[in-house]
Design a protein around this ligand. Structure first.
Ligand SMILES: [Zn+2]
Length: 488
């Protein structure tokens, strides 16, 4: 069996899965329940606004809203729909006779099929998988494929139209102009009420302050002390720069940034208290030496859950250029410097999940390929085809190298079907297609160059809010008279 050219249907692998579903998934449902009747990860038919009858949904979270008698709310993701449709439902909106658990197919002699779809044949195989819905022993389809699955039936088109109509009712800002781009927002954002009555709001490219007319913006920008985000520049290479902004120091900027982000993120809560966060803002440097915002991610100063990223956004005009991945790569670079394992805060947006999956697979592939003598070309790895190569997956090493949390690694391996359980532990097995994709990504996508990071983990500044404000004002004055050094 070759490590590289693996056949997933090979019958010489019997029990093969990274993680079997938890034991509790096989519990029977008892008539009197003090626990929620459905657990996260289970599926059930659920009511959906604007649709007659039920739609298959996966329960993502459960919360208890009443103790006696116990009452629960279920946060559901409709499996064939955009994440924007996710919602909390009461038990009465769920058809309890249709509960499905994730479980292994007991009689299968073949390799475990959880998540073994390859990206190349997802379309046809997804349809087959969905056609099995309704059986109790369903095979769960990796979430990433569900997210990108599009159905063009008239019902779906109608639903999407309705979804768009609802969105536009909820959207309160008609248009924004930022750095020469006119952008139509996607979601509601709590900008001051008078601004919801003007046809367009104008944002300062650097401090992100907002104005009702172009003339107001112009007169502001003449006086604006910034030429890019405030804070410290911690990375710059090939016209791309990162600034680290302390939410406790530059609170005005951080709030403006959160408001802007809310226009494009449905799930995000805009925190007026930005003090607990750092904001890492990615900018393109323009010819005239100004720094224009492309996107950002925020990070809690102290995260009990090992989150290394709270919120991530690439502005619409910069999407599909690999910046999302670039931000993610940068967040892990910071974790590597901190020598801490990190994970993004959940739930992720649909675009966020796709970018993460792609990055995690890339990082795993890079780790595996580091075991082999190759010159960076696919050809130099082809010699492994046909050889018996077993790579024992050393999780501690993989985690230390990538700083990706174990559950994210396991989840990725399961989704892409690249892990197998062998006598000596989990093995990772890549297909030639995946290796080719890795090299293509390595060559075509923009990557963070660790050599250009000028950063050490900051000490959170607490209780220095007022004095830091004075320092901030001095810094603004220095920027205005040209004596400020961003590298300081
Ligand atoms: Zn400004």
């Amino acid at each position: 069996m070759s490590m590289i050219d693996i056949d997933f249907d090979a019958s010489n692998h019997s029990t093969v899965s990274v993680e079997t579903p938890p034991e509790e998934n096989n519990e029977e449902i008892k008539p009197v329940m003090t626990n929620p009747k459905i657990k996260p990860g289970w599926r059930v038919n659920a009511k959906m606004e604007g649709v007659n009858g039920y739609v298959l949904a996966e329960v993502r979270h459960v919360k208890q809203v009443q103790k006696n008698p116990p009452e629960f709310l279920y946060y559901v993701h409709y499996v064939e729909y955009n994440r924007r449709m996710e919602t909390w439902l009461k038990e009465e909106s769920l058809d309890m006779t249709t509960i499905q658990f994730p479980r292994k197919k007991k009689e299968s002699k073949k390799a475990e099929t959880i998540g073994q779809l390859s990206p190349d044949d997802e379309g046809s195989r997804l349809k087959k998988k969905f056609s099995r819905v309704g059986q109790n022993n369903i095979e769960f389809v990796p979430l990433s494929y569900i997210e990108v699955y599009e159905d063009d039936t008239p019902a779906m088109k109608r639903l999407r139209k309705k979804e768009e109509d609802d969105e536009s009712k909820r959207r309160n800002i008609e248009k924004i102009v930022l750095n020469g781009w006119t952008i139509v927002p996607w979601y509601f954002a709590p900008y001051p009420e008078p601004l919801t009555r003007v046809p367009c709001i104008y944002l300062c490219s650097w401090c992100l302050s907002f104005w009702p007319t172009f003339e107001c913006l112009q007169s502001h920008m003449i006086k604006c002390p910034l030429i890019g985000p405030p804070g410290k520049k911690i990375y710059e290479k090939d016209g791309l720069a990162f600034f680290e902004i302390d939410g406790a120091v530059d609170d005005d900027y951080s709030t403006n940034l959160s408001l802007l982000a809310k226009l494009f993120l449905d799930h995000k809560t805009v925190y007026y208290d930005t003090k607990p966060f750092y904001f890492y803002v990615l900018c393109e440097k323009s010819d005239d030496m100004f720094y224009d915002i492309v996107g950002y991610f925020s990070k809690e100063k102290c995260s009990a859950d090992e989150y290394n990223l709270a919120c991530i956004l690439v502005l619409p005009q910069f999407q599909k250029k690999g910046y999302g991945r670039f931000l993610i790569e940068f967040s892990y670079l910071l974790s590597k410097v901190e020598q801490k394992t990190g994970s993004p805060e959940k739930p992720l947006s649909d675009l966020g999940l796709l970018s993460y999956r792609s990055y995690w697979l890339y990082a795993i592939t890079e780790f595996i390929l580091s075991y082999y003598d190759h010159d960076g070309s696919v050809d130099s790895l082809k010699k492994f085809i046909g050889k018996e190569v077993n790579l024992h997956c050393n999780f501690p090493k993989l985690i230390e190298k990538t700083r990706i949390k174990k559950e994210d690694l396991v989840n990725t391996m399961t989704s892409f079907g690249i892990a197998r359980q062998a006598a000596n532990g989990t093995q990772i097995i890549l297909s030639l297609t995946m290796i080719e994709k890795y090299f293509k990504n390595k060559k075509d996508k923009i990557h963070v160059d660790p050599k250009y990071l000028k950063w050490s983990p900051p000490m959170p500044k607490q209780g220095v809010y007022n004095s830091s404000r004075a320092a901030d004002n001095r810094r603004r004055a220095a920027i205005a008279n040209g004596s400020y050094d961003f590298d300081e």
